[in-house]
Design a binder for this molecule. Structure first.
Ligand code: SF4
Length: 372
């Protein structure tokens, strides 16, 4: 990938000086597991509140299995962030309860400004979002006025408002391929591993922000090779936020939805999975005859972050969700003017993916949009 690359150190803002783990603050807020009786009572309370508040649950694959199961049982959805955005926009409910991290709630609010968007914990964040402050990112964009700005969904509303295109990991390759075919040069942000992967796949001229997902960044190629030797017939499924040497060992690379599809499609009994362990719930539920093994994150260079589960996703709990519905706590607000500007790249992405589904040529879907 062509340079320059901007280096942004990730630091949990509230971590105390000398803290070994910069996600300690988030882990400290992970709710205690309810007892079986409490779980039943909480689920019943949430079902009732969803009806009373005309609300629907929108949950990500990485949150607690309780929040995934309950979303589906009550007519909501469990999905990747692209489908979460689409589902929330199109659903008739007047309140969306988003279990995930903050940028997901913001995206829902931007797409549905007339709806109330609640989250179990507003402090559930994302290292990609935190590592891409809008002022610095805007300055980076200003240095490259000839480039089309493509940002990942894992960003603040303000960063989205600075972008020409928004992408998720399920459509990033298609969008950048189409832009590249139109002769566009790309400014990419914020995930460096996903950006590198897309650049290798498309050959596009890209400069990139230097952010990373603290979960996927921890997968280790050397340890993964050893695990593959122990399970020689296993297929390796990797999310492209992982380092390049981990991606190089994959049989399938893709978004959470692509990983789900690959596991169902591939004729194998065992799979090694390099993505957040929250994903294993859905993989195991949909594929009862297959075995799913976590890809290794420990080993050389392993730290207290190396557990393959997002501390911010883990902050979502049944009690917090019930409280949000009951009291209106955890409501997402996005400045309406900012929201209008941030909506442009999101709408482009949704129109692009809908057009692709309908068989339209990718080039016709990106023509005339973006810088240069
Ligand atoms: S898993 Fe990574 S990309 Fe997803 S919310 Fe957590 S830190 Fe962000």
């Amino acid at each position: 990938m062509s340079s320059p690359v901007i280096d942004v150190d990730y630091e949990q803002p509230t971590a105390k000086a000398g803290a070994v783990c910069d996600t300690r603050h988030a882990w400290a807020r992970v709710p205690a597991e309810p007892s079986p009786d409490q779980r039943v009572a909480l689920k019943e309370r949430i079902r009732r509140l969803l009806r009373e508040r005309n609300a629907v649950m929108v949950s990500h694959f990485y949150v607690h299995p309780d929040l995934q199961d309950l979303a589906e049982e009550t007519g909501g959805i469990v999905s990747d962030s692209l489908e979460m955005a689409r589902f929330g926009r199109d659903h008739a409910a007047t309140t969306l309860v988003v279990s995930g991290v903050r940028f997901m709630g913001e995206t829902s609010k931007i797409l549905s400004p007339e709806k109330r968007v609640l989250m179990p914990d507003l402090d559930a964040n994302c290292s990609l979002d935190l590592g891409c402050p809008v002022d610095e990112f805007s300055a980076f964009c200003d240095e490259h006025p000839d480039r089309t700005v493509v940002v990942y969904a894992n960003t603040s509303a303000a960063v989205k408002a600075r972008a020409d295109w928004l992408v998720t990991s399920s459509c990033a390759l298609d969008v950048v391929s189409a832009l590249h075919a139109q002769g566009r040069k790309i400014l990419w942000g914020p995930d460096r591993h996903l950006g590198d992967y897309i650049q290798r796949q498309t050959g596009a001229d890209m400069v990139s922000w230097n952010g990373a997902c603290i979960v996927h960044d921890e997968f280790k190629a050397l340890e993964l090779e050893l695990l593959i030797k122990e399970h020689p017939s296993a297929k390796v499924l990797v999310h492209p936020e992982s380092p390049a040497d981990v991606i190089a060992l994959a049989h399938a690379v893709g978004s959470t939805s692509a990983i789900l599809n690959a596991a169902q499609r591939m004729d194998a009994k065992e799979f090694i999975v390099a993505t957040d362990t929250g994903m294993l719930h859905k993989l195991r539920t949909l594929n009862p005859g297959k075995t799913f093994i976590e890809a290794p994150t420990a080993g050389n260079g392993g730290t207290c972050k190396s557990c393959a589960h997002c501390p911010w996703m883990a902050m979502n709990g049944l009690a917090e969700l019930a409280n949000a519905l009951e009291t209106g706590a955890g409501e997402i607000h996005v400045d309406p003017t900012l929201g209008l500007r941030a909506r442009l790249p999101i709408d482009r992405m949704l129109a692009f993916t809908a057009g692709l589904k309908n068989g339209q040529a990718p080039g016709s879907l990106v023509a005339g949009i973006g810088a240069a």
